[in-house]
Design a binder for this molecule. Sequence first.
Ligand SMILES: C[S@@+](CC[C@H](N)C(=O)[O-])C[C@H]1O[C@@H](n2cnc3c(N)ncnc32)[C@H](O)[C@@H]1O
Ligand SMILES: [Zn+2]
Length: 317
Amino acid sequence: MGLQAVGLELQQIRENAMPDSPSSPPVCDYEGSSYRTDFWEGQGRDYEDRVERIAIQRLMPQGGRRLIQLGAAFGRLTPLFEGYEQIVLLDYSRSQLEEARREFGDTKYRYVAANIYNMPFVAGLFDGLTMIRVLHHMQDPAAALAEVRRIGQSGGAFLLEFANKRNLKAIGRWLLRQQDWNPFDLAPVEFVELNFDFHPQYVRQTLHEVGFAPGRSLTVSHFRVDLLKRSVPTGLLVAVDSLFQWTGGVVQVSPSVFVRSAIAGKDEPAPDGAFWRCPSCGGHEFEERSDRLVCQSCGAQWAIVNGVYDFKTPISA
Ligand SMILES: C[S@@+](CC[C@H](N)C(=O)[O-])C[C@H]1O[C@@H](n2cnc3c(N)ncnc32)[C@H](O)[C@@H]1O
Ligand SMILES: [Zn+2]
C-alpha cells in the first residue's frame, strides 16, 4: 500500500489500550474518523474495492454458521457474507460499528468493540473469519493471529489480507536506491507509524506457527497506479486484475495479497453454548442486563451502548 493510501488510515494511536494488559501493543484507532467518505466513497478507489470483493468471493465459503469480520469498520464488505447465519462485526472503533449498525440492523448482526489482541469470545466460536486491511496495523502480528486462531473453530476458514512489502513498486524503488528497506527481507517494515508491510513468506510462516494451515493465495490490486487508474476504464482494470489474481498461486508481487487458511489442530475447550469470554479474567459466565454484561467471575461490567457491546474498558458499577 502506498504512503498516500495510508495517510487517511492513520488515526489517533492509543498506547496500552487494554486496562487488563499494560503490555498490549498500541492500537491504530479509527474512533470518530470518517473512514467511509475520507478513504472510500468518491476517493477514486472503486478499482481496489471491486477487485477485493472478487478475491473474497473466490476464497471464502459462500455461507456457514457464524462469521466474524475482524476490523470490520463501517461494514464495507459485510454484504458479501450474507450466506452466514450470524455475523459479528468487531472493531476497536465504536463509532465505526454504530455506523455499520445503522445500515445493517440487528437481525443477524452483532457489533463488538474490542481489541483483536484480547477478544471477548470463547475459544472455537467462529467457522468463518476475515481480517482485511487490518494486519497492516498490527505491531505484533503473531500475537494478533494467535488470538484469531483461538476464537476460530477447527476446520473453519480464515481469510487474511495483508499489505505486501515485496511488491513491484517497492522492488523498483529499492533497485533504484529510492528506498532504504529491502523488499526481499522477511522482517515487517513500518513505513508510517503503525502501518506495516509484510513479506508473503513471513505471513505464511506466522500463520503456520499459530495454528493455521495456509492455503491458496490470490494477488490483488496489481494496477494500483494513479496514472493507470485515471487513464484505463475501471471495468477493464478490474477484469484484467481478476485474471492476474490467480498468479498469486505462483508468486506474489502485488501490493495486496489475500490468503485463505484452514483452521488447524484442536480448539481449546469451551463450555457448551457459551459465547462471551471476559477480557479481564477469562470467565465465561455473564449476567446480561439491558445496558451491560456483568462478569460473574471478576465482577467487571461491560457496557452495551447503541447496540454495540463494548469490551474496551469496563465501566464502574
Ligand atoms: C483500514 S480499516 C479496514 C476496515 C475494513 N476491514 C475494510 O477493509 O473496509 C482498519 C480497521 O481496523 C481497526 N483496528 C485496528 N487495530 C485494531 C485492533 N487492535 N483491534 C480491533 N480493531 C482494530 C480500525 O479501527 C479500523 O476500523
Ligand atoms: Zn471477568
